[in-house]
Design a protein around this ligand. Structure first.
Ligand code: GLC
Length: 784
């Protein structure tokens, strides 16, 4: 399905199958079990980590999107001819007789053939253990017996990445070979993190890394110099050319892990070898892990459990539409990307993170509202623990070290009440508000208190136009110089805050906190007034005021005249009166909604503006400088739906990865996940995707599809149904759990095109299905 010359989706669209190692950009998989993780690309390159992809990187990798030449590799050498190749492709890069790579949910599998040896290399991460499992199956498809040597190769990183002072770092790593366990072991006596006494450079790396095989190897090596050879290269390593490893381990090498096996394959014969790579902490047992995954049977069983985990989790919400691409994205890949890539891995190729972004992972956790809201609840509590008792929060923080960057970004803290309100609308479970969670500096409070502290803190920071101060920036990280002097204001934060206030009027009412409720009402009204008095430019809303008082996003500006978020959120949160909604939407549609999606603003900045920030320093048309920022693009779809625009689906479709992926040489990035950004019209590469996988757009694009296009929206009362599906669609089926009840929703086009909603056989008034918790199953027919 959707074959673009480089790859296609499998029939059940749970795999993306790549047909050539030379995709226009690395097309990767981010595989994680929530703790241990692996990134693997189409060339076989990538890296591994535990808990934190930057502070606790197991294998070394350097960011080089063009060469993609860092990874954990295998070499296969034919004894008779001396020829060798890599089953994945890199680093030897011979032309394969056959090449196929499946990126699946929780695994990737290369199926390649070189010199009539077929190989199947399957890589996955155990469901719960901190180990990645590679199984390499080789089959002799030739007519003669083949003697093969197999070599593996990886460089240890063991700690913070990149370890840019390599000569310093390597001298703390010690490796050894354990004969009994057939296992290379690596430790490091230094970790960059502060120790308990607050000292730097005085802490062990608290893990043991291992690389093992289920078959006794013929030899092993821990020295890069031995393996590659002096001034050698990975494409043609001396050890493989000479068919020899040296068993050199210790503390004095440039440390790597290589195992050598020799196998003989008769014509038609097939053999499988298992490799295990991982890192255990002091409470875990290496021998247990090695024994657990020592047989093909146990390893296959483990993969099955990984697959069924994903099937079950993703299967709680399903949709069937006439558009296969819509189904592919919404049934499988957006959910997988949000969970495996954003919430668990928190890393990919373009941004190798590992930290939690306060606003980022909260937004991502919305995906769980549709699958298992308990996970969203845990995420809310985790972020609440990273809030200070004053209400402010970390902009991001590192798990493991618990260090962070205290946020000066005005919006960060507001995402806590925002996501909490979404959780409450979805689950109706107000008990969350009473759960007590500590602040990160002192004391503790209920989630309700955490949320109201965030809001109240924001309410204290208003500027001369009665609008929220932007501080060091807002959702747009690149507007980081607008309010440094404490005067610049954000119109977008105004729209955003207004919605949070309206939601928390409801919440405060439930909590019987009437004084706060009335305060929020008054402040919301004042804010709306100020937004319309000082935030309106004539045909659209301004984006911000600089410290100097100069507006950003005004028709009077030479560049950055109109910004998307300031229009979309005015519509989404009803800060705009109806006529202005229409005008602002029409302006955005005309100027910003382009061929490849709604761009963030227009025109792009060609001259850096030090009073705005680094977004103006990007090449024009890229990323936040006037490109499609997919995350923000999704809000444009929601705004289009709210405006009742019949083009809603076309807008959604204009940046849909599956369709964009049909022009792979223009779009370049993966067709199965959302990219962070796509170049805008001011770039010579208009339409080129970038920064794939690790973007806040995965969960939001899902929401844009389900709540925007299909129009199934959780509200305080129940599910509101307002489909914006395209004219050609005659039927959509949705299976959705809501507050413990199964909703089977069928949207059907009828000849009269009269909109009506029939719930369990009865027509309802209006378009909201008031939730009845006594019903376990609710069948809904929506006539359109
Ligand atoms: C990145 C950041 C996110 C921010 C966005 C826009 O995706 O992770 O927090 O909102 O850029 O600048």
């Amino acid at each position: 399905m959707f074959d673009n010359g480089y790859g296609y989706f499998s029939k059940d669209y749970r795999e993306y199958i790549i047909k050539t190692p030379k995709t226009p950009r690395p097309w990767i998989n981010v595989i994680s079990n929530g703790d241990y993780g692996v990134v693997v690309s189409n060339t076989g390159s990538g890296y591994s980590w535990r808990t934190h992809a930057s502070l606790n990187r197991i294998t070394r990798w350097n960011q080089d999107i063009i060469r993609d030449n860092w990874g954990k590799y295998i070499y296969i050498r034919d004894a008779l001819s001396g020829k060798f190749w890599s089953p994945s492709w890199k680093p030897v890069c011979l032309t394969p007789q056959q090449f196929e790579l499946s990126h699946g949910l929780g695994y990737s599998e290369f199926r390649t053939r070189y010199f009539d040896i077929f190989s199947k290399l399957r890589i996955f991460v155990a469901r719960k253990d901190p180990v990645e499992i590679w199984t390499l199956t080789l089959k002799n498809d030739s007519k003669s017996e083949r003697r093969l040597s197999l070599f593996t190769y990886l460089e240890w990183n063991l700690g913070a990445a990149p370890d840019w002072h390599r000569e310093f770092h390597r001298s703390f790593i010690e490796t050894k070979y354990d004969e009994e366990m057939n296992c290379i072991i690596a430790r490091k006596r230094l970790w960059e993190l502060v120790n308990k006494k607050g000292q730097h450079w005085n802490r062990d790396w608290e893990y043991t890394a291992f690389f093992a095989s289920n078959l006794a190897p013929h030899s092993a090596d821990g020295s890069k110099e031995n393996f590659i050879g002096r001034y050698g290269e990975l494409k043609r390593p001396e050890a493989v050319v000479l068919d020899k490893l040296h068993k050199t381990f210790g503390s004095w090498e440039d440390p790597i892990a290589s195992l050598k096996h020799e196998i003989i394959l008769k014509p038609g014969e097939e053999k499988t070898i298992i490799y295990l790579l991982g890192a255990i902490n002091q409470n875990e047992s290496l021998s247990e892990i090695l024994v657990k995954f020592s047989s093909e049977e146990s390893v296959n069983r483990e993969l099955e459990s990984v697959k069924s985990f994903w099937t079950e989790l993703l299967g709680t919400f399903t949709v069937e539409t006439p558009d296969r691409a819509f189904d592919i994205m919404n049934n499988v890949w957006l959910k997988y990307q949000a969970i495996s890539g954003r919430l668990w891995g928190r890393t990919a190729y373009y941004q190798t993170g590992g930290a939690y972004g306060f606003r980022d992972q909260l937004q991502d956790s919305q995906i769980f509202l549709y699958l298992n809201p308990d996970f969203t609840r845990e995420q809310i509590k985790l972020h609440a623990r990273h809030q200070f008792s004053s209400g402010i929060v970390y902009h991001w923080w590192h798990p493991i070290s618990e260090e962070g960057n205290i946020s000066g970004y005005s919006d960060d803290l507001l995402w806590l009440p925002f996501i909490t309100a979404r959780y409450l609308k979805e689950t109706g479970n107000f008990e969350l508000l009473m759960e007590r969670v500590p602040y990160c500096d002192m004391g503790e409070g209920t989630i309700y208190e955490h949320c109201t502290k965030a809001i109240d803190n924001m309410l204290m920071r208003f500027g001369s136009h009665d609008l929220p101060l932007i501080g060091d920036g807002d959702w747009n990280d690149g507007m980081n110089a607008v309010g440094t002097e404490g005067k610049g204001e954000s119109i977008w934060v105004g729209h955003f805050l207004y919605g949070v206030l309206k939601d928390f009027e409801v919440v405060a009412d439930v909590m019987k906190d009437f004084e706060r409720k009335s305060n929020y009402f008054t402040r919301a009204e004042g804010l709306k007034r100020a937004l319309n008095e000082h935030g309106w430019d004539g045909k659209w809303y301004l984006r911000a005021y600089k410290d100097s008082g100069e507006p950003i996003g005004s028709s009077k500006n030479l560049e950055g005249k109109i910004f998307l978020n300031a229009q979309t959120w005015a519509i989404l949160n009803d800060t705009a009166p109806d006529d202005r909604k229409r005008i602002a939407y029409a302006s955005a549609k005309e100027i910003l909604f382009r061929e490849y999606g709604p761009i963030l603003f227009y025109p792009a900045y060609t001259v850096p503006d030090p009073e705005i920030g680094y977004l103006t320093r990007y090449a024009p048309g890229t990323r936040e400088n006037g490109g499609l920022y997919t995350h923000a693009g999704t809000w444009a779809v929601l705004a289009a739906a709210k405006m009742g625009d019949p083009d809603t689906f076309n807008i959604y479709r204009s940046f849909m990865p599956v369709y964009r992926g049909m022009e792979p040489d223009k779009y370049m990035v993966e067709p199965y996940v959302t990219p962070g950004n796509v170049d805008g019209p001011d770039s010579p590469y208009f339409g080129r995707g970038g920064w794939s996988w690790y973007t806040g757009s995965a969960a939001w694009y899902f929401i844009a599809g389900i709540e925007g296009v299909l129009g199934i929206i959780p509200t305080w009362e129940g599910l509101k149904i307002n489909p914006m599906v395209p004219k050609e669609w005659d039927q959509v089926l949705v299976k959705r759990r809501f507050r413990g009840t199964e909703y089977n929703i069928a949207i059907k086009r009828t000849p009269t095109e009269k909109r009506e909603i029939i719930v369990c056989g009865e027509k309802i008034d209006g378009n909201t299905i008031i939730h009845d918790s006594d019903k376990k199953i609710v069948d809904v027919e929506v006539h359109i």
